[in-house]
Design a binder for this molecule. Sequence first.
Ligand SMILES: [Zn+2]
Length: 1005
Amino acid sequence: MGIPGPLYTLKLTNVLNMRRALAGSSFWGTRRFGSACTAKSLSTGSKIDNFTVQSIREIPELGVTGILMRHPTGATALHLAKDDSNCTFSVAFRTFPRDSTGAPHILEHLALCGSRRYPIRDPFFKMLNRSLATYMNAWTGRDWTMYPFATRNIRDYENLRGVYMDAAFRPLLREEDFRQEGWRLEKDEDKWKISGVVYNEMKGAFSDAESLFSTRCQQQMFPGTSYSHVSGGDPLAIPSLSHRDLVDFCRSHYHPANALFYSYGNLELETHLSKLDETLGQIMADCGEFTPLRKPMDGFQPFANPKSVEIMGSIDPMSDPNKQIKMITSFITNPITNSQTTFNMQILSSLLLDGPAAPLYKALIESNIGSEYAPGTGYDSSLATTTFSAGLQGITADNVPRVEELVLKTLEQVRNNGFPAERINSVVHQIQLGLRYHSADFGLGLVQRAASSWVHEQCPLSELAVMEKVNAFRKQYDEGGLFERLIDQMMESKHRLTFVMRPDSEYNQQQDKLEAELVEKLVGQHDQSSLEGILEKNRKLLESQDRVEDKSLLPCLGMADISESIEKSPYAKSVDPRKNLTIFSRESPKANGLTYFKSKVAIKLPKSKIALLPMLTNCLTELGVENMPIDEFDGKVRATCAGLNVSVHQERPTNESIDPALSLVLSSHALEENASKMFDLFGLAISKTNWQDLDRIRTHVNGALAGLANSIAGAGSSFALSLAAAPISSYRYNRELLSGISQIRVLKQLSADIEGTAKLLQNVLYRIAAKNAKAIAVITQDATLRPMMERSAQQLMKLIPAAKTRVSFKSTLPVTTRNYALEMPFTTNYVAQVFGTNPFDDNLAANLSILARLASSQFLHREIREKGGAYGGSASYSRMDGLFALYSYRDPDPLNTIKVFSCVADWLKNSVISESDLLEAKLAVFGDLDKPQDVAMEGLQQFFHGMDDISRQTFRDALMRVTAESLKQSGQGVFQNTKKRTVALLEEGGKHTGQLLGFKIDKYE
Ligand SMILES: [Zn+2]
């Protein structure tokens, strides 16, 4: 998220706990936001209400005017004025963890469970459906907690700010909610167990080997400090947190003096601040004195000598058990408060690690001793003290000492030889490209970037003024010795950690044992009557979860806030039937000095070869070209454009009898002056691909395999959904081949014969003939550039080499048995049930889109998340292929979930859908539909899916017409059709849930 480019992307792994990110927005709110002109008339010392301006500056490269202010309560406020209607707000607190009980994380959940003005359960989730927010979320970082939202509707902005402020400063923190969201003892048949949303969420996170590795490594790196604790909560430590502890944590942290307010966009600053000022005044009346927090690095115990630590983690049955060690070497670097050094280190890190010309990439990745970089590799500037780390995963035991050696040796070499000047220029060029790119969530990206230093009392404005830092970097670099000094500081420090995690086949059983012992200990602390009391409280919790609440306390938008007409595509379209070509073009100031293109060519392949496409696209741009060293080619690309992107795209089918069309999409963007060079390089990459470089192909196959396999735990629902849907939808069947468990199986097959893989991939490329149907899309700011862009984008597809030989390939095709369970090495489950429907019936599609929302918010969320203790339970509908799906995420009780799924039809039949329920579901669906997109993606529905303005308007009209009755009728039709219904389960190994259900069982291996 944030600005693309190697340096500024906040690593989402740092933000431990993303809650659901949802919803879109309408451009046509009933009231527009005001103008951004106020900012210009302010100066340091000016007052707006009780806020005093501390600093104000223009940041031209971002197109913003930034104002930093202070409130007498001690709160700081940052406003970034920009002519952007997607206005953003957040309130954040410093929450340095004091232990691993997960207090900051559980508090983040609880703050959203009801507040004084909105004393109803979970107003946050309820607001998702009463708003047109383009973003609503809450994040627990490693040392801060943030509540952000964005919307394009001013009334919505005010509504949401009201709900967020009340949640942050006046949460109810009921014990009952603590038991629901945090942890509780529960009796399941005759066995006691621990339950709770955060408890299960963190159990899921800890069963993911990558996240376990990063978390444990950080803990070891910072002994004695806040960072030796887990802010999200260590499952075995969470139950030592009491409700009282949590209330105390809230009192001492969620205080105005510890608050950071952020606002962004074209909102009227005075109105916004006067509302904040008013609320802060009221809050202060209830707040005690604020005791300054212990600094997160206080108590730091520096190592006397470099240290090595080894731990055990779970085994991945999908890959060779002898090649599963992860290891990393971490160096302590500068404090975050030294912001120029932070910037210089970011550049150094990018030079060391990114791309085939980077010395550590050569030493670690190209040596093929591991599958890919270890999690956490890179420069981490999100804590009070920064670190630089480099390591590998997928290595064998005998290579463990080699990794650290290679890291140290490479740093030594770089220290002596430096980097070629072109590489430094290309890193700076990438920064420039990133600054000019306007992403849909620009305001959100900026606060993420500013947060980590702002939390540690640094001026967020100087953090954001990137060009100033680029210039200072240039100057320091030209003076000489800059990187030498930075590397010396790293190498000379005794505080260096080498951290190793080895796979252990017993690991999961041991975790189960530890959990069982903990349960026994917790139960042992109670006598019989107190255990009865717990059961009674659990019954009360269940009751309260079933209670219908009066949501009318919460603000809500109305149908008048939703536009009746679509936002028309900004592209002009022309068709050239002779060339079998469609051209989409657009001129826009949003291009901001960049030119963008996309070229699309249809692919016709037998099913058995579809699964080769992801690896083909990967290799086309990563192997370099014949007769040129890879670093030279990569350097040219980085100095010219935003990378060469090739992807596989699947179109929405146009009617039922036709298989969905697949195509290859080539895309990139560049500064205007580099446009033609960008096409030259792209042409070279696809016509002169260096297929001889087998080592590099091996690197990419293994990297892709490890990457996809590692993503299962975090995205289990989509893997389960893909398995469930493959038997009933040809669109999903292809998706399963391209990105599901089947893709993992094929990658494994490819990794066993790299020479054969090289031949196969070339053969697939040759079959993507240039005579197939094509389309291009270009965006420019300057109209005179358009003809050249259009011509070059067409020419590019002609460079795809023509057929030579045929090679046969038998890939593992997806399992098409219905009701299927895959046994996984997890301690959690993911369930998906799907129903196939006719996607070409607009009325049915409209009804099911809204039904999915209603079923999620009115039924599944309550039954699966609140009662069942899963992290999530939802329904979704896809217009691509008419698939209606029910699914759960990180689910401790899949049997219950399947029972809940089977009750959806009855729920629909018996439920009374009120006008306001329907309105809420419509708001959510329209919000999604109208969500703003990055400039490179917006308005391309026809390019990608053949949906022109007329068909989009027809669907919008159908959505507008949906009634409670039509929705019930459509839903019942779908639930009754048993022919197109199936379930898939990614299940916890050893629990045999699938067997109990009579499913076909497979083992993940
Ligand atoms: Zn959470």
